[in-house]
Design a protein around this ligand. Structure first.
Ligand SMILES: [Fe+2]
Length: 211
């Protein structure tokens, strides 16, 4: 029996069909109940195997060097998968939201205008080969940045080429879109922008600016 003593699967903030037509219920159910849960189960088993101390997930990601080498890669992959999916589900909403003023202003200052920001994120995502995650994040100098990480790496993580605080992420793994969009990644990326919880992203941005 798999223990859930370390981490638990968060509930979705909407029903399985809440993101339609962007993502259909079948994809959301499989993605959340199988893939997302699978990462948490593997992470819990690995941590239990060495009786690792219970610490908050971001601290685990920031301090991977402290994890025993026998389970470090497993923890890197599955703690990353856990964290990234938590953010992905939380940053999505059922209906299109306007971008709040402070975040909108920051995006405009950094990228010129919203369309430029959107196009840059989509271009990064389209040109990425293989599994990974695209990001809007605040780097260690408090600048907004766009980038892509391999597998389940993220900007909080020790070893990751991008360093900073995640604000918005786009799941580039095929399991996120293939049932519905097949090989039309561009359609998935375009539809993603209709369902972003911008008020939530702004909260993360303002919090990260103050840290
Ligand atoms: Fe995923």
């Amino acid at each position: 029996m798999i223990s859930t003593m370390y981490y638990l699967l968060p509930n979705l903030p909407y029903p399985y069909n809440g993101l339609e037509p962007f993502i259909n219920a079948q994809t959301v159910k499989l993605h959340h109940d199988a893939h997302h849960l699978g990462y948490i189960k593997k992470l819990n088993v690995a941590l239990e195997s060495v009786q690792y101390p219970k610490i908050p997930l971001p601290d685990l990601l920031r301090n991977l060097r402290e994890v025993p080498t026998s389970i470090r890669q497993t923890v890197r992959d599955n703690a990353g998968g856990f964290y990234n999916h938590n953010l992905y589900w939380e940053e999505l909403v059922t209906a299109e939201q306007n971008i709040p003023e402070k975040l909108g202003k920051a995006l405009k200052e950094r990228f010129g205008d919203f369309e430029s920001f959107k196009n840059k994120l989509i271009e990064c995502s389209m040109s990425w080969v293989g599994s990974g995650w695209a990001w809007l994040y605040l780097d260690t100098q408090k600048n907004l940045q766009i980038g892509v990480t391999i597998n389940h790496d993220n900007p909080l993580m020790e070893y990751c080429p991008l360093q900073g605080t995640p604000l918005l992420t786009l799941d580039l793994w095929e399991h996120a879109y293939y049932l519905q969009y097949k090989n039309d990644k561009k359609a998935y990326f375009d539809a993603f922008f209709q369902h972003i919880a911008w008020t939530y992203v702004e909260q993360l941005y303002l919090q990260a600016k103050q840290e």
